[in-house]
Design a protein around this ligand. Structure first.
Ligand code: SAH
Length: 208
């Protein structure tokens, strides 16, 4: 598997059929997801690791982790329609690949529990429900010492502050710009440029 191959496989995944505005549903761009996961894998955070994908949607981040040889991926998502597409994506890939173990949890993020090597997420940006982006971070810090989270670049300062308050250090910030097909209603599709920043953070004072 190369980074390009991973990106190609992620490009083929089905996206949200009818993205729900209130849940801020949009799929992480396949090239961006591949680059981030590739980079984390090189640092030893994917292969043989247990990973939780919070707000998994149609699965890009978690599926990419499975393809890179995670030990187990937990997909947590509250929207049944997204879960349906996620399952279709997994079934389609399983025709060709032997995927590692995974579990799908249909639940609100506030019910997440357990202990994981890594949390990955592209949470709602917090434009529809105030502070939901930091709520996802608060929850992730209870589950793991290593977090990869994707946010709107414009909210960068505030995300950074949230991590620092939780005593997590920012190891890296990756900035991307890409066009997003935004469904305005059932008929009209508009392309819009979006700037995102992915944070890789780790709890302070950890040994491994
Ligand atoms: N992780 C996917 C989808 C990102 S969109 C990807 O990277 O492509 C954000 C996702 O969070 C959506 O699927 C949305 O349904 C989900 N979500 C929003 N609020 C949630 C909540 N409170 N609990 C669980 N999932 C939530």
């Amino acid at each position: 598997m190369s980074q390009k191959h991973l990106a190609r496989l992620l490009q083929k995944l089905k996206e949200f059929e009818k993205p729900k505005i209130k849940l801020e549903q949009y799929t992480t761009n396949a090239d961006v997801a591949a680059e981030l996961l590739w980079s984390l894998n090189l640092r030893g955070h994917i292969q043989n690791k247990t990973i939780i994908d919070l707000g998994a949607g149609t699965g890009t981040l978690g599926i990419g982790s499975l393809l890179l040889g995670a030990k187990k991926v937990i997909f947590l998502e509250k929207d049944e329609d997204a879960i349906k597409t996620l399952k279709e994506n997994l079934e389609q890939l399983e025709k060709e690949y032997e995927l590692p173990k995974y579990e799908i949890i249909s639940s609100d993020v506030t019910n997440a529990e357990g202990e994981f090597d890594l949390a990955i997420m592209n949470p709602p940006f917090g434009t529809k429900i105030k502070k939901i982006d930091t709520l996802f971070i608060d929850i992730a810090t209870k589950l793991t010492k290593n977090i990869l989270s994707i946010h709107k670049t414009i909210t960068k300062e505030h995300i950074q502050k949230t991590y620092l308050e939780h005593n997590y250090k920012i190891i890296d910030i990756f900035n991307f710009k890409y066009s997003l097909k935004k469904t305005q209603d059932h008929h009209e599709k508009k392309v819009k440029i979006i700037e995102v920043s992915a944070f890789f953070t780790q709890k302070n004072n950890k040994i491994n």
